[in-house]
Design a protein around this ligand. Structure first.
Ligand SMILES: [Zn+2]
Length: 306
């Protein structure tokens, strides 16, 4: 059996946007904003060089704020032929859609689709939710806006699938209420038209490698060799267990643009390339490969008929 191993980078550009998304409008520390500027400038330049050296086309999920704030840098990405030209929604200013009303989610989609379409000449095909903090409205909205694929959910880690629509429901446990009110199974999931290229915190550079003092889960001082082993052990397992799988890695220019992390990516790319059947591609090509039957993917089952 020939292996089909679809590997790629989803680059969350983020830049300044994720820092100034303080949620309540409170001021951001200018040093943190400067970390975003580093990502948009030095980080993007280093990643583009890495990808060029290894002949990799990547997906750049770009907040519209980053395009409007750093147009010359994002033009380099666009003109290098990366997927920003056909994909890459990541909010306006990295706002968490889990905190927005449906009306505000629409407003952000309208604006960010329009900014990307104007900048690239092509309507974006893909979406990743800022901080992977999703909403019940997300999948129906992506269907309505004609988006091809999403990269925010975790029903599987190594296979594409159709994301469940939002018709299933669950009852959160509220111990202030009688147990009989919350002892309910989740209802049955039904597939949407949106292809899911799964998100995976264990294939994300931010939590282990980006220190944010005082914030749990953003310790940031993990040895990149440890992160490399964590990522490559997932790859080894996938390669042993599956004839075909996707391996999307999520990175940020302000994290992966650091010298010690660039060196980690060089080792990762070289290791992955020692395997037969590896094809590097942007995430939209993984979605097309699933839709075209080039790889099988899985279906997501579960939930009770009620
Ligand atoms: Zn992000």
């Amino acid at each position: 059996m020939v292996k089909r191993v679809l590997v790629g980078y989803g680059v969350d550009v983020d830049a300044v946007a994720n820092w100034i998304n303080t949620c309540d409008g409170s001021p951001q520390n200018p040093t943190n904003v400067s970390r975003g500027v580093f990502g948009a400038t030095v980080g993007i330049d280093r990643l583009l060089k890495l990808f060029k050296t290894h002949n990799i086309r990547a997906t750049f999920f770009t907040p519209a704020h980053s395009i409007e704030t750093f147009p010359a840098q994002l033009a380099k990405v666009r003109d290098a032929g990366h997927e920003i030209s056909v994909s890459g929604l990541h909010g306006y200013t990295h706002e968490y859609i889990s905190q927005l009303s449906e009306k505000e989610q629409r407003s952000v989609l309208d604006r960010s689709i329009s900014v990307i379409t104007k900048f690239t000449g092509t309507k974006p095909l893909g979406y990743t939710a800022p901080a992977w903090a999703t909403s019940k409205e997300l999948i129906p909205l992506l269907e309505e806006y004609g988006i091809l694929y999403d990269h925010s959910f975790m029903h599987h880690d190594l296979q594409p699938y159709f994301a469940p629509d939002s018709s299933h429901s669950w009852v959160e446990t509220d111990v202030k209420k009688e147990a009989s009110t919350w002892m309910r199974p989740m209802t049955k999931m039904k597939p949407s038209k949106i292809v899911e290229i799964p998100a995976n915190w264990h294939l994300d550079d931010w939590p282990p490698l980006q220190p944010i003092p005082g914030r749990p889960g953003a310790q940031g001082f993990v040895d990149p060799h440890v992160v490399e082993r964590l990522w490559m052990e997932q790859f080894d397992f996938a390669y042993r267990e599956y004839d075909s799988f996707v391996f999307p890695m999520s990175i940020h220019p302000q994290v992966s643009g650091k010298p010690q992390v660039i060196l980690m990516h060089e080792r990762i790319i070289e290791y992955i390339n020692t395997h037969e059947g590896v094809e590097w591609m942007p995430l939209c090509d993984m979605a097309h490969a699933f839709l075209d039957g080039y790889i099988n993917g899985v279906s997501v089952d579960g939930g009770a008929e009620v």
